[in-house]
Design a protein around this ligand. Structure first.
Ligand code: UT7
Length: 367
């Protein structure tokens, strides 16, 4: 049975930064309250010309560059997002088109902030089963578009960004070692974005009632998160035949510093084993784990051979954890330039659209 290795990674974070002091000009809050209760100092907010798919594409190209893999070699693209480009088509299909992944299947996965763990596990299991060889998993968010900037309970928390992993099959042991995925829909109303779906299609009333914004019972989510983070980490480690003593890094969903501290206490692990960057990004939902992982690689903390655990929780309610041995790029046979495929992808996409247009004209004439 092949192993599923993480061989490429990349992130894309919009440059504009919104500090706590900036938010204090919009709602009744202050820097001290936000830092004390959440650990967040600032977050990145997408420019108008950026969106969930554009950030996803940038992160994807970087991940393919690290893996030295051509987009045409991808078999599967999974995008997970709490702020997808549209209800449909899937953001994954937009990415597929823009990077020129001509052979890949593509779909979106919705498990809120646990999405990246779920998606990496789905890609890894597809590789382990032998049905595919190369997968791209992306967590991408522009949650700033769904935040009510008049609601101090939520607007202080979220930020924008994207992170991507390439997963590849190999006979060498390592890569994704185990994963657990959980859900409890009885807590569905704790964290919601209700408007625009089948139950509450967009109307003037849904806009007026704020149904197109994130709504959250912060305390309920906090209680749930502190209950499940440590337990899920232990569960994934046990499945992989590991203990906390074997772990080099825990890379948790970055929602709140106090939640991460509680998990560390539960696991009796020192905080310096936890990768934490919530102070600079806020909660980027599905993107928070890959952004933290890539930063740890770039700082030289996370290295090949390290044993790691990703752990997260989110709306649904969902939660999960995944244990892995960090690998790195596979030995290269030749050097590929994934970014060059973008130009061809754009041309191909334009040609296909033109052909479809002409086909439409011709079929109308035939009628
Ligand atoms: O990916 C999952 C996403 N969600 C989460 O991870 C959220 C988990 N929950 C949390 O992180 C915390 O519950 C919050 C940071 C959202 C809130 O912290 P808290 O310690 O649970 O505060 P609270 O909601 O109990 O509010 C305490 C007080 C209230 O005032 P009163 O009623 O005690 O007078 C709030 O009105 O703080 C007030 N408050 C604020 N004050 C200043 C709430 N938000 C703010 C604010 N600035 N931004």
């Amino acid at each position: 049975m092949p192993f599923a290795h993480i061989t490429g990674w990349g992130i894309s974070v919009p440059e504009p930064i919104l500090t706590n002091d900036d938010i204090a000009k919009m709602v009744d809050t202050n820097d001290e309250w936000i830092r004390d209760r959440t650990g967040i100092r600032e977050r990145h907010i997408a420019r108008e010309d950026q969106s969930t798919s554009t950030l996803a594409v940038e992160a994807a190209i970087k991940a393919l560059q690290v893996a030295n893999l051509a987009p045409t070699d991808l078999d599967l693209i999974i995008v997970t997002s709490s702020s997808p480009e549209y209800i449909f088509p899937a953001t994954a299909c937009l990415v597929q088109d823009q990077i020129g992944a001509t052979k890949a299947g593509a779909f979106d996965l919705l498990a809120a902030c646990s999405g990246f763990i779920y998606a990496v596990n789905m890609a890894a299991q597809s590789i382990r089963s032998g049905s595919i060889k190369n997968a791209l998993v992306i967590g991408s968010e522009t949650l700033s578009r769904f935040v009510n900037w008049k609601d101090r309970n939520t607007c202080i928390l979220f930020g924008d960004g994207a992170g991507a992993f390439v997963l590849q099959a190999s006979d060498q042991p390592g890569g994704v070692l185990s994963a657990v995925m959980h859900s409890d829909g009885s807590g569905a109303d704790s964290l919601t974005l209700l408007g625009g779906g089948a139950r509450h299609p967009a109307t003037e009333l849904t806009v007026h009632e704020g149904k197109h914004f994130v709504q959250m019972d912060g305390k309920a989510v906090f209680r749930f998160a502190t209950r499940v983070m440590g337990a899920a980490t232990k569960e994934a480690l046990e499945l992989a035949g590991l203990t906390t003593a074997d772990v080099d890094w825990v890379i948790p969903h970055q929602a709140n510093f106090r939640i991460i501290e509680t998990a560390a206490k539960y696991l009796k692990m020192p905080m310096d084993k936890f990768v934490v960057n919530v102070d600079r990004y806020g909660n980027t939902s599905t993107a928070s784990i890959p952004i933290a992982a890539v930063e740890a690689v770039e700082k030289g903390q996370l290295k090949a051979g390290h044993k790691i655990v990703f752990v997260g929780f989110g709306a649904g309610l969902t939660w999960g954890a995944l244990a892995a041995e960090w690998t790195g790029p596979m030995p290269a046979k030749k050097h590929v330039h994934p970014e060059q495929y973008r130009l061809f992808a754009r041309l191909r996409s334009l040609l296909r659209r033109a052909l479809r247009y002409i086909e439409g004209l011709l079929s109308r004439r035939e009628l």
